[in-house]
Design a protein around this ligand. Sequence first.
Ligand SMILES: [Zn+2]
Length: 255
Amino acid sequence: MSEAILRQLVDLSRYLGEPNRAYAILGEGNTSARIDDDTFYVKASGAVLGHIDGGGFVAVSRSKVLALLDDPAADDAAVTRVLTDARVDPNETRRPSVETLFHALLLRYPEIKFVGHTHPLYTNMILCSKKAEEAAMGRICPDHVVVMAAKSVFIPYVDPGLVLAREIRARVDAFIDEEGVLPRAIMMQGHGLIAVGDSPRAVMNITDMAEKAARIVVGTYALGGPAFMSEKDIARIYTRPDEKYRERTLAKQGG
Ligand SMILES: [Zn+2]
């Protein structure tokens, strides 16, 4: 069972790390996959997505990682210690990256089985620009809405690691409260994209569409700026899933 999950995760990672896509170079980006209610695979620190194999992932306990987010005294040393202790295999020598924190909190939701975090070229042209929020949050055409839903989560730039993970948790919780559904994409200013889904294909599609839309949006700024879809037009395209998360019951689950 977990071997099949690992194989799917390897395929997803190689897809996202394929050099022509320009989603990640060197050790950039990371991916994860839910194993069971507590454990998940996450890319080991320094592994290269484009030619990763099963040995490039570490199995980690979600509850152990998430305890950090609620510890006001946690510092960089605590993060390193907890990430080391959270490894399922005591003989494991590889270390999960510091971005494991946000993978753990997104994998709290049972519908999120795979997470892909990348630094795509055009998406980051937007996210590293002065118009980051406006350009990343707008919707430009019906297919953009179909794949990425009506809205994404925007995260203003904050310190990577613990501070970033806490900011993501707060803003994803707020998104769920307002929208009643889980987000599909999280746009981090000055950093990159997180795509989540119940399959590797969902994560690939969201990442591909985010990057295609970003290329178009970047181009439109040379022609007077993007003509984003109106909320009314977005609502006509967007088929809202059941608002099962409106009550925030599951948002609290598993810490
Ligand atoms: Zn990153």
